[in-house]
Design a protein around this ligand. Structure first.
Ligand code: C5P
Length: 223
């Protein structure tokens, strides 16, 4: 039979990652954090000194990405084959911002497509990002579009960073995430938008557990 996929798309810091991880854990499924692949490409490009506007070179970086996941660790290998744990670095705002810039290029997106499809494995996959339901897994039986107010999202991102010992300014964070969303929504290729058949979930007033239960209930209705 088909390997089931649940897609969770939405703007920056809407809680997609946390929700996807929880739902995947409850179902015992695999998880794809697609934003991490764009972030890793951005970081590799920064390290290699590739310009943010060189689409062909950025696509080569994406196609040659050497990433390995080991529990909480994300190992990125350089041209010399030496790998280091970049999990913390990938979360930095300047990497996210570069990721959003390079994600606007069709050649970069195409280079990352096969890698993303490869995460689909039994017994199922929960995939989160911007175009999981619209482009990468359009046949997914359950597609969600997660939203929350910009103020709420900035506050969550702020808390997240502070808890990791990374200093951050709330107003700057909000401006940065709004700029990122603007770019993600208005790009020509795979813009951030709900799939036609996506269910909308505004989690502004919901706890993480409430959101998880809602998704599991929607999934139960489909099986
Ligand atoms: O979700 P996250 O903040 O990690 O994603 C970083 C950037 O990668 C986003 O701002 C977006 O531009 C890009 N992205 C994308 N498509 C995805 C996932 C992320 O364009 N499926």
């Amino acid at each position: 039979g088909e390997i089931p996929v649940i897609t969770i798309d939405g703007p920056t810091a809407s809680g997609k990652g946390t929700l996807a991880a929880q739902v995947a854990a409850r179902l015992g499924w695999h998880q794809l954090d697609s934003g991490l692949l764009y972030r890793a490409t951005a970081l590799a490009a920064l390290r290699q000194g590739v310009a943010a506007d060189d689409e062909a070179a950025l696509a080569r970086v994406a196609a040659g990405l050497k990433l390995r996941f080991d529990g909480e660790r994300v190992l990125l290998a350089g041209a010399d084959g030496q790998a280091d744990d970049v999990a913390a670095e990938l979360r930095q705002e300047h990497v996210g911002s570069m990721a959003s810039r390079i994600a606007a290029f069709g050649a970069v997106r195409a280079a990352l497509e096969a890698l993303q499809l490869g995460f689909r494995a039994l017994p199922g996959l929960v995939a989160d990002g911007r175009d999981m339901g619209t482009v990468i897994f359009p046949q997914a039986p359950l597609k969600l579009f997660l939203t929350a107010s910009a103020a709420m999202r900035a506050e969550r991102r702020h808390k997240q960073l502070i808890s990791k010992g990374i200093s951050a300014n709330l107003a700057d964070l909000r401006a940065d995430l709004e700029a990122r969303d603007e770019r993600d929504r208005n790009r020509a290729v795979a813009p951030l938008k709900p799939a036609q058949d996506a269910l909308l979930l505004d989690n502004s007033g919901l706890s993480i557990e409430d959101s998880v239960q809602q998704v599991l209930a929607w999934w139960a209705e489909r099986t």
